[in-house]
Design a protein around this ligand. Sequence first.
Ligand SMILES: *[C@@H]1O[C@H](CO)[C@@H](O)[C@H](O)[C@H]1NC(C)=O
Length: 304
Amino acid sequence: MAITSAFLILLSLSSLSLGVPVAFDDGQYHPEYDNSIGNGNQIVQPTAVAEVTSAAAEVTSTRSRASRTSTSSVPTATATASTGGGGFTGSGGPAAYTLFRGDGTQASGWPTISQWLSFEQMFANNKPIMAASCAPAAENNSEEEITAIKQAILSESASTGVDPRFILATIMEESTGCVRVRTTTSPDGIINPGLMQDHEGTASCFGKAAPCPPETISLMIAEGTTGTNGGAGLKGTLAQAVGMGAKDATAVYVAARIYNSGSYPGGDLAASAATACYASDIANLLVGFAGATSPCKTGAAGTL
Ligand SMILES: *[C@@H]1O[C@H](CO)[C@@H](O)[C@H](O)[C@H]1NC(C)=O
């Protein structure tokens, strides 16, 4: 079933204040990267991505997530005809990575919703990555656990109005879909558990024997989407983005920035972000990139 842009929640309420400082932890492993601003969008084929996770980094980083597996799980790039300068296709199999810079608008070269993949195609592209993303730190996801992720995304989307593709992209960015992903803790003590590394949620299968129960998987996705007592989920950050005047796909990229960083003053989505690559990664996942490691984070796509 095609999911139209009308399905994307665009809440008119704007009472949430962006001025309130929100403690955050991006919940991800990311090496040091150059945060300088460059020029132009760069396209990188995912096949060339090097594995950057090292054992030492995993145990020392408070923002590390479950270990990545080797690059053998990265699908071969099959970028076909470009839809116009961005290098992304908007349909079909896994696409090359395009480094998106700036404020998330179409004018800045960011993709529109019509350029996103269908949920089904996106899920199919990412499924092999989900199936291999827990090892070696934990047992890989089973087919049943992957099915539970898919069902929970669709169910949570139906109850919140948040586009299921945004939920899936966030899951891939935060945990590469590993149900046993570790709980990370920010320097100020905020925990980020589960598939969406949400703000002080309760659901996690970290350190637990497989299988991860479907109800726990559902709760992880609910806590990341609807939010928790401690912080906004995607629904809340979308409302904040819309409150700032962001529309359509741009609202999603801004919401992703807020979900990652807790705040957004406007302008460059990478500027003073917890993870500079975050919004670009989300946009890439939505238009077809599928890989265990972000070429933006490794620097293979250039620097933001
Ligand atoms: C996890 O999945 C990957 C890819 O299928 C496989 O190479 C690896 O052996 C698996 N690891 C475990 C512990 O099952």
